[in-house]
Design a binder for this molecule. Structure first.
Ligand code: HEC
Ligand code: HEC
Ligand code: HEC
Ligand code: HEC
Ligand code: HEC
Length: 399
């Protein structure tokens, strides 16, 4: 009898002991998994190339005055200080690798990441970076992010006129450099995804093999790149795009993708006439979809009729952009971004109006994020949310 009962007791004890041992074993045994995805790595530590005093954009700007002034206007120069980025970064859900495209050089990062504890992106194995340069961090995507590798300045011609070593590398300084940061698709956790496909959109579109990131966003100009030097082929460094500022003092340059084709309207209507207005937006000048990149971006076309007292008679708003759900799992719900070359027409139909003077106001604006999202991220009421790309007012009379 005793034997019959002792067997399950003993085997139960063995199982319990095993579980106990497995738990202790796992707790003590932390596997350091090496980093694997490209965006998990910083650009390795860079020494200051010979002949230069630092890696900072400010110091490059002592000689390359125009490049520095242009770059200062760019979103790249704001990639770290951007309040929206800082707000996102402080969230517990933001893993360590968020910084790798915003401050890409190891020199700009406080810690060196050796691997991930048990492969968990929220448990990076950190070591203090003895070469951390806090001033360089503030510059975000700085000159050295794109131009300094292996103690050399990477350039497009290998110029021998420079006081610093120059290595010609057109493969590095190609659209591949841009796409390295401007194309990432990864579901990191069930509620966190990276979704930038500007590179893929360009490859699938009509501009592929004709124009690339650099030919559109860094237009060519003949000029001297250091005062007193002979003029040569150069490129603007302000990286113009949607025109939405990053702060109240930021004035980025603007490159417009859309053409705006409004229908004509009459100046005079009778009390039995209805009014029909339409506007066609065409993505004529972008080599990718619009908006592209951050899925929070959207475009609003607004058409509004007001009477002589400013009283609103009718209003219509149309949205181009994506809709995402983040809980319980991240999922794209819809996407009506404009493909390269694609057109969209919006119209407003107004039933006959009573006698009087009226105004039709039409605007197309580019938005970085919604006011709700800005408030949620505590960005402050003066944080710029949009840029008005096109607007027009039409006055008409009903008799
Ligand atoms: C002391 C002046 C000086 C400083 C500081 C300086 N440069 Fe230059 N750089 C030059 C001169 C001069 C040239 C040659 C211009 C020419 O080819 O007409 C040059 C050329 C270049 C080129 C073009 C190379 C090519 O292949 O055509 C790049 C890129 C460049 N510099 C980047 C930088 C960066 C980045 C920094 C800061 C880390 C920097 N420079 C700091 C003077 C300077
Ligand atoms: C190290 C990563 C990195 C590289 C390399 C890079 N970018 Fe960017 N780029 C960014 C980030 C990050 C932002 C946005 C910063 C922000 O919004 O805070 C940005 C912003 C931009 C913008 C402005 C978007 C806007 O709405 O203002 C343009 C245009 C742009 N990049 C084009 C380029 C081109 C062209 C190249 C290649 C020559 C390039 N980028 C290379 C990371 C990178
Ligand atoms: C044919 C020209 C052209 C090419 C090629 C092109 N772009 Fe653009 N890009 C534009 C224009 C124009 C805009 C302005 C969009 C707008 O109207 O708001 C833009 C906007 C952007 C933006 C801002 C996103 C937004 O929603 O405002 C980024 C980032 C960008 N481009 C990156 C790139 C990268 C990276 C490449 C290469 C893979 C590239 N572009 C290729 C013309 C181009
Ligand atoms: C996002 C990447 C990026 C950043 C940031 C950047 N550059 Fe460049 N730069 C390039 C590319 C790409 C080229 C080469 C384009 C080509 O093939 O003609 C270039 C070319 C140059 C040249 C050669 C002449 C010319 O104008 O084409 C100089 C000089 C230069 N950069 C200086 C600077 C300085 C100084 C800064 C910072 C103030 C800076 N760059 C920031 C990408 C960058
Ligand atoms: C693979 C490179 C890469 C990584 C990794 C990355 N970003 Fe970015 N980030 C970008 C680029 C490129 C842009 C500019 C996109 C655009 O304007 O179209 C950007 C823009 C932003 C912006 C500004 C959005 C806007 O509309 O202007 C915020 C905020 C941001 N990133 C937060 C984060 C956070 C948080 C993480 C980590 C979860 C992260 N980023 C990781 C490349 C990256």
């Amino acid at each position: 009898m005793r034997n019959i009962y002792s067997l399950p007791i003993i085997s139960g004890l063995i199982v319990a002991l095993c579980i106990f041992y497995i738990e202790v074993y796992i707790e003590d045994f932390k596997v350091i998994v090496p980093l694997k995805n490209t965006w998990e790595f910083a650009v390795p530590h860079q020494e200051i190339p010979q002949g230069l005093v630092s890696l900072s954009a400010k110091d490059c700007g002592v000689c390359h005055v125009q490049h520095y002034e242009e770059w200062q206007k760019s979103t790249h120069a704001n990639a770290w200080t951007d309040m929206q980025f800082q707000a996102e970064l402080k969230k517990e859900s933001s893993p360590f690798m968020c910084i790798n495209c915003h401050i890409p050089l190891q020199n700009q990062q406080e810690y060196i990441i050796k691997g991930l504890e048990n492969g968990d992106i929220y448990q990076p194995v950190k070591e203090k970076n003895p070469h951390f340069d806090a001033a360089l961090q503030l510059e975000g995507i700085t000159c050295a992010s794109c131009h300094v590798r292996d103690n050399m300045i990477i350039g497009p011609t290998g110029s021998t006129l420079a006081p610093h070593p120059v290595k010609k590398d057109n493969n590095h300084l190609s659209e591949k450099l841009c796409i390295g940061c401007h194309n990432a698709t990864a579901v990191i956790t069930p509620t966190l995804a990276c979704s930038f496909q500007t590179g893929d959109e360009w490859k699938a579109g009509p501009f592929y093999n004709q124009k690339n990131c650099i030919s559109c966003h860094m237009p060519e100009i003949n000029r001297s790149v250091v005062a007193g030097m002979p003029a040569r082929k150069s490129r603007f460094h302000s990286f113009p795009a949607s025109g939405i500022p990053k702060s109240p003092t930021h004035h980025p340059e603007h490159l417009e993708s859309l053409t705006f084709n409004p229908s004509p309207i009459k100046k005079l209507y009778s009390t039995t006439d209805s009014l029909l207005f339409s506007i066609t937006l065409t993505n004529a000048h972008a080599g990718h979809r619009v908006p592209t990149g951050n899925p929070e971006r959207f475009i609003i076309t607004e058409m509004k009729i007001t009477d002589d007292n400013g009283q609103e008679i009718s209003k219509k708003q149309e949205r181009i952009g994506e809709h995402w759900e983040w809980h319980p799992v991240v999922e794209k719900i819809s996407d009506n971004n404009l493909d390269p070359g694609e057109s969209r027409t919006y119209s407003l139909k107004q039933k006959p109006l009573s006698k009087g003077k009226y105004k039709l106001s039409v605007s197309v604006s580019k938005h970085r994020l919604t006011p709700e999202s800005a408030k949620y991220n505590k960005l402050g009421s003066d944080y710029p949310l949009l840029f008005v790309a096109w607007e027009k007012e039409y006055e008409f009379v009903v008799k």
